[in-house]
Each structure stands twice: as C-alpha cells, then as structure tokens.
Design a protein around this ligand. Structure first.
Ligand SMILES: Cc1cc2nc3c(=O)[nH]c(=O)nc-3n(C[C@H](O)[C@H](O)[C@H](O)COP(=O)(O)O)c2cc1C
Length: 359
C-alpha cells in the first residue's frame, strides 16, 4: 500500500477514520518560510464534516497541530509532521455492517487484500485520510503563492444532472465559491444543486457531481515528460481521492467531437511571453505547462453508504438486505473542493522543486 506521494515534495499520510487521529508527514518543504497552523486551518475547515446541512453530521473540529519542522514560526527545511485528532467516532453505527461488505465501498477489497480490516469507519478508505492531504496541500499552496505567484481555485460545476454555466476562470475566487454551501459560484444553479442533494438525502440515497479546477500563474516549463507529464500526475493525484471516477483536462472528452482547425490553440504575444488565444490544451502541451491556466475536471460518484434498502450478499455469500446506518455524506463534492485544490498543490509543489533542481 502506498501512502506516500511526490518525488521532492513528499507527503505521507497516516491514520484511520476511527483511530486516535490522522495526519501527514511532509518532507522537502523549503526552509525559511513563515508557517503556522493558521495557514492550514482554513482549508481543513472547508473540508470538515458537519460544516453544513448538506454534509455528514459527524462533528469534528479538525484542529491541526504542527509537531515538527517549524521553529519560531519559520520552517527549518526538516520533515513537518501534522496531526489532527479524531473525536466523534461511533463504532456502533458499523455493527450490522461488519458481516456485510457495503456495495461499492472498500470493505470487500480491503478484507481480500489484507485478510483484516479496520473494524469500523472504513479505516484508511474513509475520507478522513484526506485530512493529511489537505493540510500538506495548504502548506504547498503557501509556498507556491509566495515564491511563484501560483494560485488554485476549485468549484462545483455539476451535481447529478444540474450543470453550472461556464465561469470566468481569470476572476474566480474562493470567496465566490464559498458564497453558497454547495460551493458552486453561480447562485441560481447552486440553489438547484442544493435541492438535488436534499432530495437524494430525503430518499436515503446519494448523488454524484463534478469538481472543476483552475491553477493560475503556473510558469511555462514545469512538468517532467514523459511519464511524469503534468496531466499524468494530476490524473493520478485526482484519481487517488476517494469516490473519483473520471478526470478530464482542457477540452477533455468534448475535444473528440471537434476538428483540429477549431481545437488548436493559436499562439499570440502576451506581454513578454508567447501565450495562446484559446486554451483547449488546458494549459499543458507535451506534458509541460505552457503558461496558460491549467484547467481540469474531476468526476465523483454518488457515495456508497446509503440508508435505502439494498439487496446484496454478506461475506459468507448469504443473500441479505442492507440498510446502512451512520452519518454519511449524501454528496461528496462540496467537501471535495479543498481536497482537489490540495492534490493540485501537491503536484505543482513537486514540479516546482523538480524544475529548481534542474538549475
Ligand atoms: C469528502 C468525501 C466524503 C466522503 N464521504 C463518504 C460517506 O459519507 N460515505 C461513503 O460511503 N463514502 C464517502 N466517501 C467516499 C468513500 O470514501 C469511497 O467511496 C470509498 O473509500 C471507496 O473508494 P472508491 O469509491 O474510490 O472506490 C467520501 C469521499 C470524499 C472525497
């Protein structure tokens, strides 16, 4: 099992959903950067369960502590350990589910692979594992912005069949995204998305959605072809987030329905560099950033644990009826926004350090 991500900006996450806590160890963080818990907490607050009526009721403050690698508010260049305590576990919710692998969750596959699994809460497959990623990503975002003026904004572009119109990617801010609890910056669409999530919850069911993301200010030249192309690392990063089912960059699958004459991005002078008039490439050509905004989308499935009756089989192969208990997200995308931003930051921080190492 690989719990470590990155080449020079290396992040190892640890912890189970119902253990003592979760977190990350970050190796490769640049020295002499001002860093405190206050730089990390806002993104954890956006990820936290119980933040709105559209998320799971599990109530966790998710307060982060920096255990090492920082002295007098300044990074030392040594490994930075991050810790968040688990406080609101309810193992009893999982009693009936111990003998029954939840359909489309990770209970069956973890059991088959390891011959044992965390007895409640989904262990490492739980979204609580992403706390370490979000904390390490918030740290990465800080140095990406301070040293390179790179910023990253994600938002919800669809929930079920409710699709938001295009947003102005040069202007969008996190404040725009957080105006509505759904995290869609288009107010009337956000209302429809909320209604769709509430209808799924009311029916003891769940619903999926798409998170879109833009990374602005990424210098032309970052990326490591051929196997560590920018889009390849982003795809790996995004598809490692629980509940993801698809990744598209730039024109994505829609590009297959266009002609090259329409799809090509002609070069134009933009200040002191060559830019492109259109951006169907999504800011990446040949696996290397071209200086245009990097744009991509991530598809999230409807979460697996639902209260609605499901006919399935238990671990012994007996046919059973499952009505899952517990506190679960009817839709994961509002909470997935900071996770997508964090994984983008981990990818870009690694490319920044790798480009620097080339001299
Ligand atoms: C922010 C977030 C919250 C999630 N909440 C739940 C949840 O409440 N219930 C659930 O069954 N799955 C939830 N998931 C998804 C599961 O963790 C995931 O589906 C499971 O580990 C199986 O992995 P897979 O879907 O990637 O195959 C959540 C995922 C994310 C990103």
């Amino acid at each position: 099992m690989s719990s470590t991500f990155g080449t020079l900006y290396r992040v190892t996450t640890y912890g189970e959903s119902h253990g003592k806590g979760v977190g990350a160890i970050v190796d490769g963080y640049p020295p002499k950067i001002h860093l405190s818990e206050a730089d990390i907490q806002p993104q954890l607050d956006r990820r936290r369960p119980g933040q709105s009526k559209l998320t799971t009721d599990r109530s966790e403050a998710d307060q982060v502590s920096i255990l090492s690698g920082v002295e007098n508010g300044m990074t030392l260049g040594t490994p930075i350990a991050l810790f968040v305590a688990n406080k609101d576990q309810k193992p009893s919710d999982y009693k009936t589910m111990r003998a029954i692998p939840r359909p489309s969750h990770a209970d069956y596959t973890y059991q088959v692979k390891y011959g044992i699994r965390a007895s409640s809460g989904g262990g490492r497959s739980s979204a609580r594992e992403t706390i370490g990623r979000v904390a390490a990503g918030a740290m990465a975002e800080k140095f990406l912005f301070e040293l390179y003026n790179v910023d990253i904004i994600a938002w919800i572009s669809s929930v079920g069949t409710v699709q938001a119109p295009d947003v102005d990617i040069s202007q969008i801010t996190r404040a725009d995204v957080d105006q509505h609890i759904v995290r869609c910056p288009h107010p009337s669409t956000a209302e429809k998305m909320q209604a769709a999530i509430e209808a799924a919850k009311e029916a003891k069911d769940s619903i999926g959605g798409v998170v879109s993301c833009v990374c602005r200010g990424v210098p032309a030249g970052w990326g490591e072809p051929v196997f560590d192309k920018v889009e390849a690392k982003l795809a790996q990063a995004m598809l490692s987030i629980p509940a993801t089912k698809g990744f598209e960059v730039g024109s994505g699958f829609a590009g297959t329905r266009m002609r090259g004459s329409v799809h090509n991005d002609p070069f134009v002078v933009k200040g002191d560099r060559l830019g492109t008039r259109t951006n169907f490439s999504g800011g990446i050509q040949g696996g290397i950033a071209n200086g245009e905004p990097i744009i991509f989308r991530v598809a999230f499935k409807p979460p697996a644990t639902i209260g609605k009756v499901q006919e399935t089989a238990d671990f012994d192969g007996e046919e059973v009826v499952l009505e899952a208990k517990g506190r679960h997200d009817p839709c994961v995308v509002p909470r997935a926004v900071p996770i997508v931003e964090a994984m983008s930051a981990l990818v870009l921080a690694d490319f920044a350090l790798r480009q620097k190492a080339r001299g």
